[in-house]
Design a protein around this ligand. Sequence first.
Ligand code: EPZ
Length: 419
Amino acid sequence: MDKFIINGGNTLNGVIDVPSAKNSYLAILAGCVLSSGVVCLHNYPKFDDIDKMLDILTSLGCKIERKEDRTLYIDCRNITNYVIPQKLAKKIRSSIFLLGPMLSRLKKVLVTYPGGCDIGSRPIDLHLKGLKTLNAKIVERFGFIEADAPNLIGENVHLDYPSVGATENIMMAGVLAKGTTKIFNSAKEPEIVDLQNFINAMGGKISGAGTDTITIQGVEKLGSVEYTPITDRIIAGTYLLAGAGCGGDITIKNVDYEHIYSLITKLKNSGCKIDIKGDTIRQVSNGKLKTFSSIETLPYPGFPTDLQPQALVLQTISEGTCIITENLFETRFKHTPELIKMGANIVTRDRMAIVTGVNKLYGADVTCYDLRAGSALTIAGMLAEGTTTLNDVKNIDRGYEKLEEAFNKLGANIKRVTR
Ligand code: EPZ
């Protein structure tokens, strides 16, 4: 298993780009199944989860061409196989996003329960309830989900919770359905808006993404498209939090600041100097900040749960106390025992963590148990005194492209050891 050897104490300085958004690309790759033409996507990010999603599309009969300049050509015109291989589906959460598109195209799909980061129970009840409302027949047995939909019919769907994945699945089930689908209490994440724009560029008729009501008018079919997905707001936020904690002067390029305005506001209030010009954010930090005082993770535009571990690390060495409530996932504090080994002062109870800033963290031997905890512990090693060994960093490769190289480009000292 790969590990990082991190020598802490360096400040971070310089300019860094943000790659395409993992959580947008994954939904859009599922959406490729809807097309009766060829889809051309630019700037594909080399995250492990993207490769796994491409493997699933290949197993269904789609033709994938990867070009040197990170352009993908995806041809799902001859998709025939409605069974999603269990070993692939279990590896990623986004395999479940294929339910809607597969029912729209093939009228049936057989898939096992999805995988994804171990941060909670991660139910799919809202996905299945929404699809049933659109006239899909769904049977769950022997650990599989068998779905049949000879004719999907547009309907009104109310989501008990603004689930990102369920919103995306129901959107994609409504695109080729008869009539109009309305999703009430839909998720408002930027990735939902990106999926709407991608589908409309293929000839779909969706409106309202980014608000809590999305309308999908069913169309006959979708054609070819050339599309560039948005960049990754969670990676941008990870870089800002690393720069804030390590100290220094960094400039992040290719980011929509509105996508992480909840974080930018907190960083400014904690003492970072932040300048925004177009799609560029410059941040200067002396590494000695005040805590955020509180973090409530919420659906967009609230504070993103995917930045909670990284923001928690910053609180461990900031002045004061911070109360962190993780409202989305029930077990997303696996990074805290590892941080306590490094000298952090954290008390957790269920979905709450109370962090009291200490003068410094000390390098230790720690392990990352999920993607964002991994990026958080990488930051912890960078701002700690001494050397940190971070084990099982393959979890980080699911959603970052060689994170160690990105941070080393800014002045960090991280070595990946593969054994
Ligand atoms: C997406 O997961 C992202 N993953 C997650 O990013 C992100 O944390 C999450 O949205 C929230 O923003 C991808 O897009 C691939 P949800 P998803 O459905 O769709 C409950 C990362 O690190 N819920 O919005 O699975 C659920 O229990 C990953 O990049 C139901 O109750 O998230 C949770 O409490 C981690 N029933 C809440 O909704 C359902 O049917 C949010 O889940 C579905 C969800």
